[in-house]
Ligand binder design. Structure first.
Ligand SMILES: NC(=O)c1ccc[n+]([C@@H]2O[C@H](COP(=O)([O-])OP(=O)(O)OC[C@H]3O[C@@H](n4cnc5c(N)ncnc54)[C@H](OP(=O)(O)O)[C@@H]3O)[C@@H](O)[C@H]2O)c1
Length: 260
Protein backbone atom coordinates (compact mmCIF):
# COMPACT_ATOMS: atom_id res chain seq x y z
CA UNK A 1 0.00 0.00 0.00
CA UNK A 2 1.29 3.50 -0.84
CA UNK A 3 2.15 5.42 2.33
CA UNK A 4 1.48 9.15 2.28
CA UNK A 5 4.11 11.20 4.11
CA UNK A 6 2.75 14.33 5.73
CA UNK A 7 4.59 17.64 5.77
CA UNK A 8 4.96 19.68 8.97
CA UNK A 9 6.52 23.16 9.13
CA UNK A 10 7.83 24.43 12.49
CA UNK A 11 9.14 27.97 12.92
CA UNK A 12 11.64 28.30 15.78
CA UNK A 13 12.61 24.61 15.73
CA UNK A 14 16.21 25.18 16.84
CA UNK A 15 15.45 25.14 20.58
CA UNK A 16 12.85 24.80 23.32
CA UNK A 17 9.24 23.95 22.49
CA UNK A 18 9.74 23.99 18.69
CA UNK A 19 12.67 21.56 18.89
CA UNK A 20 10.62 19.15 21.05
CA UNK A 21 7.76 19.38 18.54
CA UNK A 22 10.21 18.43 15.78
CA UNK A 23 11.25 15.33 17.73
CA UNK A 24 7.62 14.32 18.35
CA UNK A 25 6.60 14.78 14.70
CA UNK A 26 9.73 13.01 13.44
CA UNK A 27 8.72 9.99 15.56
CA UNK A 28 5.24 10.17 14.05
CA UNK A 29 6.77 9.90 10.55
CA UNK A 30 6.22 13.49 9.37
CA UNK A 31 8.49 15.08 6.80
CA UNK A 32 9.93 18.10 8.65
CA UNK A 33 10.43 21.65 7.42
CA UNK A 34 12.32 23.46 10.18
CA UNK A 35 13.32 27.09 10.59
CA UNK A 36 15.51 29.06 12.97
CA UNK A 37 18.48 31.41 12.84
CA UNK A 38 21.20 29.66 14.82
CA UNK A 39 23.40 27.97 12.17
CA UNK A 40 25.01 25.51 14.57
CA UNK A 41 21.57 24.42 15.83
CA UNK A 42 20.36 24.05 12.22
CA UNK A 43 23.34 21.78 11.48
CA UNK A 44 22.46 19.73 14.58
CA UNK A 45 18.86 19.36 13.34
CA UNK A 46 20.15 18.02 10.00
CA UNK A 47 22.26 15.45 11.84
CA UNK A 48 19.42 14.38 14.14
CA UNK A 49 16.72 14.31 11.43
CA UNK A 50 18.69 13.55 8.24
CA UNK A 51 15.68 13.83 5.92
CA UNK A 52 14.49 17.19 7.25
CA UNK A 53 14.48 20.43 5.25
CA UNK A 54 15.94 23.44 7.02
CA UNK A 55 15.95 27.19 6.56
CA UNK A 56 18.05 29.71 8.40
CA UNK A 57 16.13 32.98 8.30
CA UNK A 58 15.23 35.90 10.53
CA UNK A 59 11.47 35.84 10.08
CA UNK A 60 11.07 39.31 11.57
CA UNK A 61 12.69 40.65 8.36
CA UNK A 62 11.10 41.00 4.93
CA UNK A 63 14.07 39.09 3.39
CA UNK A 64 13.45 36.20 5.82
CA UNK A 65 9.81 36.04 4.77
CA UNK A 66 10.80 35.98 1.08
CA UNK A 67 13.38 33.25 1.72
CA UNK A 68 10.69 31.24 3.50
CA UNK A 69 8.28 31.27 0.51
CA UNK A 70 11.05 30.43 -1.91
CA UNK A 71 12.08 27.51 0.31
CA UNK A 72 8.60 26.08 0.90
CA UNK A 73 7.35 26.69 -2.67
CA UNK A 74 4.15 24.77 -3.38
CA UNK A 75 4.82 22.01 -0.82
CA UNK A 76 1.48 20.67 0.43
CA UNK A 77 1.73 21.46 4.15
CA UNK A 78 -0.45 19.36 6.46
CA UNK A 79 0.61 20.97 9.74
CA UNK A 80 1.88 24.55 10.10
CA UNK A 81 3.30 25.42 13.52
CA UNK A 82 3.84 29.12 14.20
CA UNK A 83 6.09 28.80 17.22
CA UNK A 84 8.99 31.27 16.81
CA UNK A 85 8.69 34.09 19.31
CA UNK A 86 10.44 35.90 22.14
CA UNK A 87 9.86 38.41 24.91
CA UNK A 88 11.50 41.68 25.95
CA UNK A 89 11.69 41.89 29.73
CA UNK A 90 12.00 45.59 30.58
CA UNK A 91 9.81 48.61 31.16
CA UNK A 92 8.58 50.17 27.91
CA UNK A 93 10.35 53.47 28.63
CA UNK A 94 13.66 51.59 28.88
CA UNK A 95 13.30 49.82 25.51
CA UNK A 96 15.69 50.55 22.63
CA UNK A 97 14.35 52.23 19.49
CA UNK A 98 12.64 49.56 17.35
CA UNK A 99 13.18 46.77 19.91
CA UNK A 100 9.51 46.19 20.69
CA UNK A 101 8.46 46.73 17.06
CA UNK A 102 10.87 43.97 15.94
CA UNK A 103 9.37 41.60 18.48
CA UNK A 104 5.87 42.38 17.20
CA UNK A 105 7.05 41.61 13.64
CA UNK A 106 7.91 38.06 14.71
CA UNK A 107 5.30 37.34 17.39
CA UNK A 108 2.38 38.95 15.54
CA UNK A 109 2.98 39.95 11.90
CA UNK A 110 4.64 36.81 10.57
CA UNK A 111 2.25 34.57 12.52
CA UNK A 112 -0.69 36.45 11.01
CA UNK A 113 0.85 36.24 7.52
CA UNK A 114 1.64 32.52 7.69
CA UNK A 115 -1.72 31.65 9.29
CA UNK A 116 -3.63 33.49 6.56
CA UNK A 117 -1.58 32.11 3.65
CA UNK A 118 -1.52 28.51 4.89
CA UNK A 119 -5.23 28.62 5.80
CA UNK A 120 -6.01 29.63 2.17
CA UNK A 121 -3.84 26.83 0.77
CA UNK A 122 -5.26 24.26 3.20
CA UNK A 123 -8.87 25.18 2.47
CA UNK A 124 -8.10 24.74 -1.25
CA UNK A 125 -6.63 21.28 -0.55
CA UNK A 126 -9.57 20.47 1.73
CA UNK A 127 -7.54 19.63 4.86
CA UNK A 128 -4.92 20.98 7.25
CA UNK A 129 -3.90 21.91 10.77
CA UNK A 130 -2.42 25.19 12.03
CA UNK A 131 -0.93 25.37 15.53
CA UNK A 132 -0.20 28.85 16.88
CA UNK A 133 1.85 29.28 20.04
CA UNK A 134 0.42 31.97 22.31
CA UNK A 135 0.91 31.89 26.09
CA UNK A 136 -0.90 32.14 29.41
CA UNK A 137 0.30 35.75 29.04
CA UNK A 138 -2.48 36.19 26.45
CA UNK A 139 -5.02 36.47 29.28
CA UNK A 140 -3.45 39.39 31.22
CA UNK A 141 -1.77 42.78 30.92
CA UNK A 142 1.91 42.15 31.88
CA UNK A 143 3.97 45.01 33.31
CA UNK A 144 7.71 44.64 32.47
CA UNK A 145 6.78 42.41 29.50
CA UNK A 146 3.95 44.65 28.31
CA UNK A 147 4.38 44.34 24.53
CA UNK A 148 5.04 40.59 24.78
CA UNK A 149 1.81 40.00 26.72
CA UNK A 150 -0.09 42.15 24.22
CA UNK A 151 1.43 40.18 21.31
CA UNK A 152 0.21 36.90 22.79
CA UNK A 153 -3.27 38.38 23.41
CA UNK A 154 -3.31 39.06 19.66
CA UNK A 155 -2.28 35.47 18.85
CA UNK A 156 -5.04 34.01 21.03
CA UNK A 157 -7.79 36.33 19.79
CA UNK A 158 -6.81 36.07 16.12
CA UNK A 159 -6.28 32.30 16.11
CA UNK A 160 -9.56 31.48 17.86
CA UNK A 161 -11.50 33.75 15.52
CA UNK A 162 -9.79 32.23 12.45
CA UNK A 163 -10.58 28.74 13.74
CA UNK A 164 -14.24 29.78 14.03
CA UNK A 165 -14.25 31.23 10.50
CA UNK A 166 -12.96 27.86 9.24
CA UNK A 167 -15.53 25.79 11.18
CA UNK A 168 -17.26 24.53 8.01
CA UNK A 169 -13.98 23.32 6.50
CA UNK A 170 -11.59 20.51 7.44
CA UNK A 171 -8.95 23.05 8.46
CA UNK A 172 -8.48 23.83 12.16
CA UNK A 173 -6.44 26.39 14.07
CA UNK A 174 -5.30 25.41 17.57
CA UNK A 175 -3.91 27.94 20.03
CA UNK A 176 -1.34 26.59 22.47
CA UNK A 177 -1.11 28.61 25.71
CA UNK A 178 1.92 27.44 27.72
CA UNK A 179 2.80 28.86 31.12
CA UNK A 180 6.45 29.24 32.12
CA UNK A 181 8.43 26.53 30.32
CA UNK A 182 12.06 25.43 30.55
CA UNK A 183 13.73 26.81 27.40
CA UNK A 184 15.98 29.67 26.27
CA UNK A 185 13.00 32.03 26.51
CA UNK A 186 13.87 33.74 29.83
CA UNK A 187 17.56 34.11 28.98
CA UNK A 188 16.65 35.71 25.62
CA UNK A 189 14.09 38.00 27.25
CA UNK A 190 16.78 39.46 29.53
CA UNK A 191 15.71 37.62 32.64
CA UNK A 192 15.58 39.30 36.01
CA UNK A 193 15.40 37.64 39.40
CA UNK A 194 11.69 37.66 40.22
CA UNK A 195 8.98 35.48 41.78
CA UNK A 196 8.06 34.30 38.25
CA UNK A 197 11.60 33.03 37.71
CA UNK A 198 11.84 31.52 41.16
CA UNK A 199 8.84 29.47 40.04
CA UNK A 200 7.01 29.19 43.35
CA UNK A 201 3.71 30.56 42.01
CA UNK A 202 3.84 28.56 38.77
CA UNK A 203 6.29 25.69 38.38
CA UNK A 204 8.12 25.72 35.03
CA UNK A 205 7.04 22.82 32.78
CA UNK A 206 9.33 20.82 30.53
CA UNK A 207 9.38 21.90 26.88
CA UNK A 208 8.66 18.28 25.89
CA UNK A 209 5.38 18.11 27.87
CA UNK A 210 4.23 21.44 26.44
CA UNK A 211 5.15 20.38 22.89
CA UNK A 212 3.37 17.03 23.22
CA UNK A 213 0.14 18.62 24.49
CA UNK A 214 0.28 21.15 21.67
CA UNK A 215 0.90 18.62 18.90
CA UNK A 216 -1.73 16.18 20.20
CA UNK A 217 -4.31 18.97 20.59
CA UNK A 218 -3.62 20.25 17.11
CA UNK A 219 -3.90 16.82 15.47
CA UNK A 220 -7.26 16.40 17.25
CA UNK A 221 -8.37 19.80 15.93
CA UNK A 222 -8.84 21.39 19.36
CA UNK A 223 -9.49 25.14 19.55
CA UNK A 224 -7.25 25.82 22.57
CA UNK A 225 -4.70 23.85 24.58
CA UNK A 226 -3.46 24.99 28.00
CA UNK A 227 -0.87 22.50 29.27
CA UNK A 228 -0.84 21.96 33.06
CA UNK A 229 -3.62 22.34 35.62
CA UNK A 230 -2.11 25.40 37.36
CA UNK A 231 -1.73 27.16 34.03
CA UNK A 232 -5.36 26.37 33.30
CA UNK A 233 -6.36 27.98 36.64
CA UNK A 234 -4.40 31.10 35.64
CA UNK A 235 -6.30 31.32 32.34
CA UNK A 236 -9.74 31.18 34.00
CA UNK A 237 -8.82 33.49 36.91
CA UNK A 238 -9.55 36.75 35.00
CA UNK A 239 -13.25 35.86 35.30
CA UNK A 240 -12.98 36.46 39.06
CA UNK A 241 -10.01 38.80 39.46
CA UNK A 242 -10.56 42.48 38.50
CA UNK A 243 -8.15 43.97 35.91
CA UNK A 244 -6.50 46.43 38.37
CA UNK A 245 -5.71 43.51 40.68
CA UNK A 246 -4.34 41.42 37.80
CA UNK A 247 -1.94 44.30 37.05
CA UNK A 248 -0.71 44.32 40.63
CA UNK A 249 -0.21 40.55 40.73
CA UNK A 250 1.65 40.48 37.40
CA UNK A 251 3.75 43.48 38.40
CA UNK A 252 4.71 41.64 41.59
CA UNK A 253 5.67 38.34 39.96
CA UNK A 254 7.57 40.13 37.16
CA UNK A 255 9.26 42.79 39.21
CA UNK A 256 12.65 44.00 38.05
CA UNK A 257 15.00 42.94 40.83
CA UNK A 258 18.34 42.35 39.11
CA UNK A 259 20.17 39.03 39.56
CA UNK A 260 23.08 39.78 41.89
N1 LIG B 1 9.29 29.40 27.61
C1 LIG B 1 8.20 29.92 28.11
O1 LIG B 1 8.06 30.13 29.32
C2 LIG B 1 7.03 30.24 27.17
C3 LIG B 1 5.76 30.42 27.75
C4 LIG B 1 4.69 30.72 26.92
C5 LIG B 1 4.86 30.82 25.56
N2 LIG B 1 6.11 30.65 25.03
C6 LIG B 1 6.25 30.79 23.56
O2 LIG B 1 6.75 29.58 23.03
C7 LIG B 1 7.40 29.85 21.79
C8 LIG B 1 8.74 29.11 21.76
O3 LIG B 1 9.58 29.64 22.76
P1 LIG B 1 10.58 28.76 23.64
O4 LIG B 1 10.12 28.84 25.04
O5 LIG B 1 10.76 27.43 23.03
O6 LIG B 1 11.88 29.67 23.54
P2 LIG B 1 13.29 29.46 22.84
O7 LIG B 1 13.99 28.24 23.37
O8 LIG B 1 13.97 30.78 23.01
O9 LIG B 1 12.96 29.21 21.30
C9 LIG B 1 12.58 30.25 20.44
C10 LIG B 1 12.71 29.82 18.99
O10 LIG B 1 12.32 30.92 18.16
C11 LIG B 1 13.34 31.18 17.21
N3 LIG B 1 13.44 32.61 16.89
C12 LIG B 1 13.61 33.64 17.76
N4 LIG B 1 13.69 34.80 17.10
C13 LIG B 1 13.56 34.49 15.77
C14 LIG B 1 13.55 35.26 14.57
N5 LIG B 1 13.70 36.61 14.59
N6 LIG B 1 13.41 34.62 13.39
C15 LIG B 1 13.29 33.28 13.36
N7 LIG B 1 13.27 32.49 14.45
C16 LIG B 1 13.41 33.10 15.64
C17 LIG B 1 14.62 30.69 17.87
O11 LIG B 1 15.55 30.38 16.83
P3 LIG B 1 17.14 30.76 16.91
O12 LIG B 1 17.62 30.50 18.30
O13 LIG B 1 17.74 29.82 15.91
O14 LIG B 1 17.21 32.19 16.53
C18 LIG B 1 14.15 29.44 18.60
O15 LIG B 1 14.13 28.34 17.75
C19 LIG B 1 7.50 31.36 21.68
O16 LIG B 1 6.49 31.85 20.81
C20 LIG B 1 7.25 31.84 23.10
O17 LIG B 1 6.70 33.14 23.14
C21 LIG B 1 7.19 30.34 25.79
Amino acid sequence: MKSIVKNAVITGATSGIGYQMAKILHNKGYSLWLTGRNLKAIEDLKTEFPSCNTLSADLSKESGREDFWQWIGQTPVDLMINNAGYGVWKEVINSEKGELENMIKLNVEILLHFSAEFAKRMVKRGVGRILNVASVAAFFPGPNLAAYYASKAFVLSFSEALNHELRKTKVTVTTLCPGPTKSKFFERAGVKKSPLMEGFLIPHMSAFKVALKGVEGSLKGKRRVVPGFLNYIWTVSPILVPRFFQLRILNYIQNSRKIA
